[in-house]
Design a protein around this ligand. Sequence first.
Ligand code: R5P
Length: 291
Amino acid sequence: MYVLGLDRDATIAKRVSRRIRATFKQVVIAPFPDGEHKITLPRLGGKTVVIVKTMMPANDALIDLIFTSETCRELGVKKIIFVCPYLGYMRQDKRFHVNEVISAPIMGKLLSRYCDVLITIDPHLHRIKQLSEVFSCRTKTLSANKILADYINKKIPNGVIIGPDIESSQWDAAIAKMTHISYRILHKVRKSSYNVKIKFDDSLSVTGKNVIIVDDIISTGRTLLKTIKHIKQFNPRGIYCLGVHGLLIGDAAEKIRKTGAKLICTNTLPNDYDKIDVSELIGDSILRLKL
Ligand code: R5P
């Protein structure tokens, strides 16, 4: 079995390969001046390859996964496992406005043609309840909840968990249970990508506590920024932002840092805040697969 790393920062792919004792090989992706990708595979052997590619930016990732998979099959590979630590296109899970594309099922249908198994961590499941609703290939949905709970237990005393919106409640409730600390879910209204409002909740009792805001995705950071602003009115001791997937678009990380809140993400996406490692979780799920 080979593990192919498609990201320039292939740290997670290398760690997964070590965990499963497979050889790591880098796929070289060089953009042409017009934005197309020149993709070069390493010399392959064996019947199974694990292709690791986190879906950011999502459009490039889709092409890289499809082109690499198709070429692997052409070169004799029999089984293909996609590992997408962050699975893009899951948030567009309904038609919010007339004639909009509902991306999640189309993305699922497309990727299903090119792999035997898809493994991901905490995909954004909201109106879609499980990946089998949109993927026809086998899927493994892993969760970083336990790893985040362990982090909280080790590093953040006297905490209270806050979820910025109802969509985050699945993670918050599970982590609160594992850490034996209480949680509250706020109410968020999103007007646009950069315009988010948090409904005022004057019963929030966080004075003197370490507030831990847990969310699956930190993208523009606006959800966190509004949540932090809201929470600060209630005199918390400190504010920690824990995200599974730190997309951290544009000035998101900088703006969060300036509030004084601490930002910590898993390494499903490489960035300066990816302090929590999920590679063992991924590796162990590969070892358990019956292909
Ligand atoms: C959406 O419901 C997700 O759970 C996150 O809250 C959202 O993606 C965060 O986005 P942003 O950082 O752009 O506010």
